[in-house]
Design a protein around this ligand. Structure first.
Ligand SMILES: Nc1ncnc2c1ncn2[C@@H]1O[C@H](COP(=O)(O)OP(=O)(O)OP(=O)(O)O)[C@@H](O)[C@H]1O
Length: 545
């Protein structure tokens, strides 16, 4: 991926942020008035005169504003965070579903599914804490000095306000410098953290495969190395954070409070302001350090949130590209599938398909044949819009024109832990029982599901392991039928199943023939016999080793 600045992530939290800012200003103004009220009391007492209505009124108004501001800011921040987290999570979930559970690794090497899962949990919370919660607080804190200076100018002394304003102006410049200094290390830390989470997750998902391949030990060494790199990135981040805290404490607090006190003393000595009011300027100058007090939050919330936001934007952009790249646009209405000069391959690997032309008519059933590795599954991935062709055109059209809807049943039936109905409803969340039974009947699975305890509510275990391979394949087929797609893509539907299931699947294919366009990759003669036409795929090239 390029290092170009990612687009903004639109979240419905503008109102929450503005409310948090307004509340922050209220509480700052309230505190100023409270201190000035106390200063007024001191002046009245030391001056020996009557207290009058002004100091108590200032104090009362100040306390009410401060309390309302603090409470309001907390509420606005909490609500904004919840709204933002829900929005980010929903968009990432949509991206996960768009990619499918077996999403390919991206060109930058990040494993897609694990990475997105980590983003949807940890990443979404960080983005939400930043955009929904902390952003309003931050804007309020950074602009609080202006509110304070304005109150001082109006209620106390414009000259003192002008000096405070000059000191305050230096603060954003220095904060900006620190932010730039540590941005790279925070981003690196985030990327490291996500990569580690993704690798752990995918190692767990593929544990059985890793063990079978004898790769478990290699993988565990890799994870140990990644953990060590992550530990070092954490240490660097913490060291940077400590440095910022030290610098801000020593330099800014000293400078701002010192400046506030000096201004107060000088103006009092000049007779411009009474003693009590001068004393009130000292705690008021403490409010000028608000931007600094949130600087620590930059590391824990804002910078972590912004780094996560960059990742989310990039991941969502990636999802868009994957869906849009192979543009299966509307065809001329004469053919359901039209491929011309299609070249395709995986990642940076060699071309698997090299100049493929294919035309499939509406309602036609075409079997893709060819030796293992010829590229049958690759071709189906191109048709499903999962793999972008490197060259050539792919056109899929529905009967009567318009873009076609496709659905792919992969070689390995991927079922999720839950019920039969839950697995079916992945394809159509609104499907009612009648519709589900209907597709189960079409896939010749209805009788077996009826016999299961709970029927449609029967539990399908981890990865569907309580079902036989043949049952799982037929359930995946039923799920695909629920999509009601124009083009049904089947990858080895009889590949790894028992003879009875094979017969049932073939019978289903026979019944489906003519009802929709079907492209089926297969080694089975029996499946080829059912098809209207058999196309030999032989786009594979010898790879020099
Ligand atoms: N995700 C992937 N990443 C890299 N290479 C891949 C990927 N999937 C397939 N290939 C390679 O692409 C080539 C074609 O594989 P493909 O699965 O499309 O063939 P196939 O004809 O479907 O084989 P089979 O009949 O065994 O299913 C093979 O060399 C394979 O190693």
């Amino acid at each position: 991926m390029s290092g170009a600045a990612p687009a903004r992530l639109e979240l419905p939290v503008r109102g929450h942020v503005m409310a948090a800012v307004a509340c922050g200003w209220l509480s700052a103004a309230g505190l100023c008035l409270t201190y000035l009220g106390i200063g007024g009391l001191v002046d009245a007492v030391t001056g020996g005169g009557a207290i009058g209505w002004r100091p108590p009124a200032l104090m009362a108004a100040g306390i009410v504003l401060a309390v309302a501001g603090v409470l309001g800011q907390g509420r606005a921040g909490g609500a904004g965070e919840a709204v933002a987290e829900t929005a980010v999570r929903a968009r990432i979930h949509a991206a996960i579903l768009a990619r499918g559970p077996l999403g390919e690794p991206r060109p930058d090497g990040e494993p897609v599914t694990g990475s997105l899962a980590s983003l949807a949990t940890d990443g979404a919370a960080k983005v939400a804490a930043w955009r929904g919660g902390f952003l309003g607080e931050l804007v309020a804190a950074v602009t609080t000095p202006l509110v304070v200076v304005a109150v001082v100018a109006v209620v106390v002394d414009p000259a003192a306000a002008a000096v405070l304003l000059a000191v305050v102006a230096a603060v954003p410049v220095v904060i900006g410098g620190f932010q730039r200094m540590f941005r790279a290390s925070t981003s690196a830390y985030q990327a490291q953290s996500r990569r580690l989470a993704a690798q752990f997750l995918e190692s767990i998902q593929g544990l059985r495969l890793l063990t079978l391949l004898g790769a478990a030990e290699r993988r565990s060494r890799l994870l140990a190395e990644e953990s060590e790199r992550h530990r070092r990135a954490t240490m660097r981040l913490l060291a940077g954070n400590q440095l910022v805290l030290l610098v801000t404490d020593v330099a800014f607090y000293g400078a701002l409070i010192g400046a506030g006190t000096a201004v107060a003393l000088v103006r009092h000595a000049e007779g411009a302001i009474p003693l009590g009011t001068a004393l009130a300027l000292v705690p008021i100058s403490l409010l000028l350090t608000e931007p600094i007090s949130v600087a620590g939050g930059f590391f824990y919330i804002a910078m972590a949130g912004r780094a996560a936001q960059r990742q989310v934007v990039r991941a969502l952009a990636g999802a868009g590209e994957r869906r849009a790249v192979p543009p299966p646009g509307a065809g001329d209405g004469e053919a359901a599938v039209e491929l011309a000069g299609v070249v395709a391959g995986h990642g940076d690997g060699p071309a698997v398909l090299d100049g493929i032309d294919l035309r499939v008519g509406h309602g036609e059933m075409v079997a893709l044949a060819g030796p293992s590795g010829a590229g049958k599954s690759t071709l189906l991935s191109v048709l499903a819009g999962e793999l972008a062709p490197r060259a050539g055109t792919v056109r899929l059209s529905a009967r009567g024109g318009g873009p076609a809807r496709t659905v792919l049943v992969p070689q390995r039936a991927w079922l999720f832990t839950g019920t039969v109905a839950g697995n079916l409803r992945l394809a159509d969340p609104d499907a009612d029982e009648e519709r589900m039974w209907s597709v189960l009947r079409e896939a010749h699975l209805a009788e077996e599901v009826e016999a299961m305890p709970g029927g449609l509510d029967a539990r399908v275990g981890e990865e569907g392991l309580t079902l036989s391979g043949g049952q799982a394949q037929r359930l995946a087929l039923a799920r695909a039928l629920l999509v009601d797609a124009d083009v049904l893509l089947l990858d080895e539907p009889t590949g790894h199943i028992d003879a009875r299931s094979e017969r049932l699947v073939i019978d289903t294919l026979r019944r489906l023939r003519g009802t929709r366009t079907i492209v089926v990759a297969t080694h089975s003669e029996a499946v080829m016999e059912v098809a209207d036409r058999v196309v030999e795929v032989a786009g594979v090239r010898e790879v020099a080793r």
